[in-house]
Ligand binder design. Structure first.
Ligand SMILES: O=C(CO)[C@H](O)[C@H](O)COP(=O)(O)O
Length: 233
C-alpha cells in the first residue's frame, strides 16, 4: 500500500472506533471512505450489527460485495453517524466535497446524520478553501445559461474563475447518480464560503454545490506525524 493509502486507512481506522452495534451509518464515497467500508466489513464479519446507507452507487456496490447490511434513507431517515472523505478541510471544518461526484447524496445523508466524521490525509487541511475546484451540480438543461447565471452570482461573493463541465476519463460528460451534470469552478480562493453558498442557492438550475458548512462535527486527519482530531467549536 502507498504512503497516501496508508494514511487514509489510518484515518478510517480511527473513525471506526466511533461505531457501535445498532448504529445506522451513512457510508461516504471516495478512496478514503472506501478504506472505512473495508474496515467496517471486517467488523461486521466479526459480529458488529449496523445498517449502512451508501452515498453513491459505487459505495453501494462495494458495501454489497463485502456483505455490509444496507438500507435506504427512506427506510432510515435519521442516521447516527456518517463517515465520509473530503477534498478540502477549511476553517470551522467547512469542507469542499464532490471530487468523486457524489456531493448531492453526500450532503443529504450528512444532513440526516446526528454526527458527520470526515476522514482524510493531512494534505486536505487548508487555511482557505478554493484551491480544489468547487463542484457545482446542475440540471441537464440550459447548461450554458446556468453557467452564465453562476458566473454572475458568484461575483457577489467575491469569487471568479473558470467553470469546466466535468467529463469522464473517456471524454464523455460525467453524469451523477441523480442524472445531473457537474461544473467544476476554479475559484482559487473562496473568501466567504457562506456568502458563496447563498449566492449559488439563488441560481435556477443549480441543484447543489460542494460547500459543506456546519455539517462536519469532527475531522480525523492522518499525516506523517500521526493522527490529528479536529472538532467543530
Ligand atoms: O466528496 C467526495 C466524493 O464526492 C469524496 O469524499 C472526496 O472527493 C474525497 O475523495 P478521496 O477520499 O478519494 O480523496
Amino acid at each position: 500500500m502507498s504512503d497516501a493509502e496508508t494514511l487514509k486507512r489510518q484515518a478510517a481506522a480511527r473513525a471506526l472506533e466511533h461505531v457501535r452495534s445498532g448504529m445506522k451509518l451513512g457510508l461516504g464515497t471516495g478512496s478514503t471512505a472506501k478504506h472505512f467500508v473495508e474496515l467496517l466489513a471486517e467488523r461486521v464479519a466479526q459480529g458488529l450489527e449496523v445498517v449502512g446507507v451508501p452515498t453513491s452507487e459505487a459505495t453501494r456496490a462495494q458495501a454489497e460485495s463485502l456483505d455490509v447490511p444496507l438500507g435506504t434513507l427512506d427506510e432510515y431517515p435519521a442516521l447516527d453517524l456518517v463517515v465520509d472523505g473530503a477534498d478540502e478541510v477549511g476553517p470551522d471544518l467547512t469542507l469542499i466535497k464532490g471530487g468523486g461526484g457524489a456531493l448531492l447524496r453526500e450532503k443529504i445523508v450528512a444532513s440526516a446524520a446526528a454526527q458527520m466524521i470526515v476522514i482524510a490525509d493531512a494534505s486536505k487541511k487548508v487555511p482557505t478553501l478554493g484551491t480544489f475546484p468547487l463542484p457545482i451540480e446542475v440540471v441537464d438543461f440550459g447548461v450554458a445559461a446556468i453557467r452564465r447565471g453562476i458566473e454572475k452570482a458568484v461575483r457577489r461573493a467575491g469569487c471568479q474563475g473558470l467553470l469546466t463541465l466535468r467529463r469522464r476519463p473517456d471524454g464523455h460528460v460525467f453524469v451523477t447518480d441523480q442524472g445531473h451534470l457537474i461544473l467544476d469552478a476554479a475559484f482559487g480562493v473562496i473568501p466567504d464560503p457562506a456568502a458563496l453558498a447563498a449566492c449559488l442557492a439563488d441560481v435556477p438550475g443549480v441543484v447543489e454545490h460542494g460547500l459543506f458548512i456546519n455539517l462536519a462535527s469532527r475531522v480525523i486527519l492522518a499525516g506523517a506525524d500521526g493522527v490529528t482530531v479536529l472538532d467543530r467549536a
